[in-house]
Design a protein around this ligand. Sequence first.
Ligand SMILES: NC(=O)c1ccc[n+]([C@@H]2O[C@H](COP(=O)([O-])OP(=O)(O)OC[C@H]3O[C@@H](n4cnc5c(N)ncnc54)[C@H](O)[C@@H]3O)[C@@H](O)[C@H]2O)c1
Length: 435
Amino acid sequence: MATSSSTPAPTAHALPSYLQADHLGPWGIFLQQVDRVEPYLGNLARWVETLKRPKRILVVDVPIHLDDGRIAHFEGYRVQHNTSRGPGKGGVRFHQDVTLSEVMALSAWMSIKNAAVNVPYGGAKGGIRVDPKTLSRGELERMTRRYTSEIGIIIGPTKDIPAPDVNTNEQIMAWMMDTYSMNQGSTATGVVTGKPVDLGGSLGRREATGRGVFTVGVEAAKRIGLDVANAAVAVQGFGNVGGIAGKLFAEAGARVVAVQDHGGAIYREAGLDVPSLLKHVADKGTVAGFEHAEVMDADKFWDVPCDIMIPAALEQQITKANAHRIQARMVIEGANGPTTPEADDILHERNVLVLPDVIANAGGVTVSYFEWVQDFSSFFWDEDEINKRLVRVMQQAFAGVWQVAEQHKVSLRTATFIVACERILHTRELRGLYP
Ligand SMILES: NC(=O)c1ccc[n+]([C@@H]2O[C@H](COP(=O)([O-])OP(=O)(O)OC[C@H]3O[C@@H](n4cnc5c(N)ncnc54)[C@H](O)[C@@H]3O)[C@@H](O)[C@H]2O)c1
């Protein structure tokens, strides 16, 4: 559009600066979270800009041959948010709604999470904008390998270590490891975590995030006088995280009364048969169609009477539109970024305790760290050892965050950010600026 002004008019396609918190989606939420924590950082606050600027962003084109001979192109990303405390670490997501904003935010939450549980990593994340259900196995493998090759210039066992996230699994990690190794000319098991156990993966990794969700849930329940063995639990997302968390709560005596996933929502007041439901999901890919439950309107999930709610699907699920409807005493964020800042405030005012993602779902990366250590030493631990160490790390991290929350009279999210940002910015200061 022509203009008489001397400053160029913004075009309809302008990309906003990533430092403007408005209209930036998940990344904007992260910027707001950093602003909330800044007043508590004392002298370290002078380094806070570091957190608002991802260290490195790689956008890649991922072209592949489809089975029918056509060529398809996919948008791929790898973002390294901060590497002050060690190599980048974070999952790879395959989802049709992946955006750069989302990957930036997820990478930043990984920086916070890794520092919160004190594993020696920075934060990173990757993704491809694709619905993998539309691809054949061969197409999925070619896409994964081409993506890995494209981001190969910035990943590596001492640089940045990917892992599974939504719609990626052990097989995808095996292909990523093999592709990277082929390009390097030697097997590099430590380049990704969440691999199959026969390929340098760790026992207990698959269950680790759900186990961490359960562990912090039990720790928090003790502190607010909630009896887990008699609690009613509602879970959104019944994949790796939600499914395992639901299973462990059920084993502890809780009733899993409602589950919602991409296919629909189900309810049973007396408690769902979780092992049967897990089997149903493994066969059908969704909780929909599970026989031993009532079908529920997906939106009604937020009204379900329960003590504990576990969002374990995607981000921005608990919003100002549904936060006032949640009946739980405690929300445990299995997913990354499931609660918007407005919803966070509403839950806080309503005295609903939120166990934030940055601590609640850190069990996965903790066992990823164990996997990486085992790969380097080529010495593998048994599952009992791994679970014990995981529980210890989660309990210690949670106790530290709880103490900071009490000390400053802040939410657990802000407390986790205080603990993590202090650790990140302290190392930033110790390392100094290069050159
Ligand atoms: N897997 C891990 O180790 C790990 C670690 C930390 C955080 N997380 C986070 O946990 C969340 C779930 O990851 P996962 O590994 O369990 O993924 P997954 O692919 O195994 O499961 C995702 C679940 O979410 C459901 N879902 C997808 N879209 C939905 C929608 N629109 N409404 C309701 N449900 C929907 C799916 O049906 C499925 O049950 C993500 O936010 C991920 O970033 C995962």
